[in-house]
Design a binder for this molecule. Sequence first.
Ligand SMILES: Nc1ncnc2c1ncn2[C@@H]1O[C@H](COP(=O)(O)OP(=O)(O)OP(=O)(O)O)[C@@H](O)[C@H]1O
Length: 520
Amino acid sequence: MSTPLLEMSGVRKRYGGVQALDGAGLTAVRGEVHALLGPNGSGKSTLDKTLAGTVVPDEGTIRIDGAEARIGGPRDAHALGVAAVYQQLSIVGDLTVTQNVVLGLEPVRRLGFLDHRAARDRAAAALERFAAAFAGRLPLDRPVGALGPGERQIVEVAKALARGPRILVLDEATASLHKEQVEVLFDVVRELRADGVLVVFTSHRLDEVFALCDRATVLRNGRTVGTVELAATDEDELVRLMVGDAPHQAPRASGATAAAAVAGDGADRTLTPSSTTLEVRGLTTDRLRDVSFAVRAGEVLGLGGLQGQGQSELLLALFGGAHATGGEAVLDGRPLPLGSPAKAARAGVALVPGDRGRQGMFAVRPIQENLSLASMHRRATAKVALRAGTERAAAQTMVERLRIKIGSLADPVSTLSGGNQQKVVIGKWLLDRPRVVLLDDPTKGVDVSSKEEIYAIVRGLAADGAVVILNSSDNRELTELSDRVLVLFEGAVAEELAAEAISESRLVSSALRLAPGEKL
Ligand SMILES: Nc1ncnc2c1ncn2[C@@H]1O[C@H](COP(=O)(O)OP(=O)(O)OP(=O)(O)O)[C@@H](O)[C@H]1O
């Protein structure tokens, strides 16, 4: 192996009561895609951030090209050729694509004025790598806020590339990308590798890790537990390294066990009548065309197809968050009010959103409050007094069940790792035992063992009489959880797959058949 380009060793970082890094390290060479893996809260982002200069470690050494690197802030990291893309996007919605890509780059000044053309050229050069796939779809002068989450993420990557890095850190950079966007990003990463760049790649999607990376370093509880050659290992071995001796397959909870665990405190819960049925007839919005289907209590209905074909819009519309121009939804024979999330929540509908930062929670408020917001809302409107102790116990149950790694329930959610934040969003709604559970790509960024726990809770809710509708970009997840799958195409239901027809390959071929020109 050639001299390492990057050597990090003995890195420690404590946040209040939490030892985020406890002797972590990573050694990687130029022209390598190196995965950084570990369960939620194991310290991956913190290690990435010490490299990018946004977190200063308490202890530890970083060597770049054999020389000790003092990274006291992002400017030091830039000067050393390190650029990073994080889970939480750093782009500014009101600025254009160009302005975002050059932000902090100091474009050329002429006669004391910013040379906007030079800035635009620089952004265009960085975006050029994505040009073939996104031709005409990333208008450089549009505010980034008007773009979709995947496009915003691409802008973020372009911003990092505009810095011409030797080391590029991608922290969950694929989480909000559609499959075809992931392929484009992977092509760019492979080009960078061929150019000798070191890419440090963090993802919970092991299929991506095996498809893209050369080696992987695994963290557990803030410590490095090993580095493996991916060609010489398999998924089971990687998972064993990640979770240690703990079994990663959580026992499949029966409906009753899961329900009891979800309720936790035995507080005022009304059991869902087993007859619950949701009927949707001719639902039409800007992005949905005449969608009709029925789901019974206890059923998990999957939404498949290429991503962005109206799956999220359908869930949003059922939660009252999208303007319905036609059609209706009927829950247990009574019209479900469309157009008001508050009314939908009162009727027992819960939406677990995919984009946690924007829709799912109040980041600066305590974890306990976030976990109990949904149930507080229902109880407050029902004029039932809140008992702080009860809320606390319920929140604590969810923290244990989903293995949410926290210091204290009183800490703000913003202090949690990305995956743990997503678990809070899920826990918040599942605590309330909803009658209709709408899940929009719920386990993005959630680690393997917690995914199984979430699957068990979802199955438990269904077994207990809830209607569950699941949109997932992960075909394996759809296959594991769904009793039926509706394949959507351009806002309409194009095909329905019954239980025996659901498989990963069938889901892919179904989506491809519908859109022959598209590449997955
Ligand atoms: N600013 C902060 N304040 C307090 N605690 C923090 C802060 N940032 C991270 N932590 C804690 O440090 C630990 C490691 O977090 P980190 O984000 O590095 O984990 P991760 O491995 O990236 O997790 P994930 O897979 O969920 O993204 C977690 O317990 C987290 O709650």
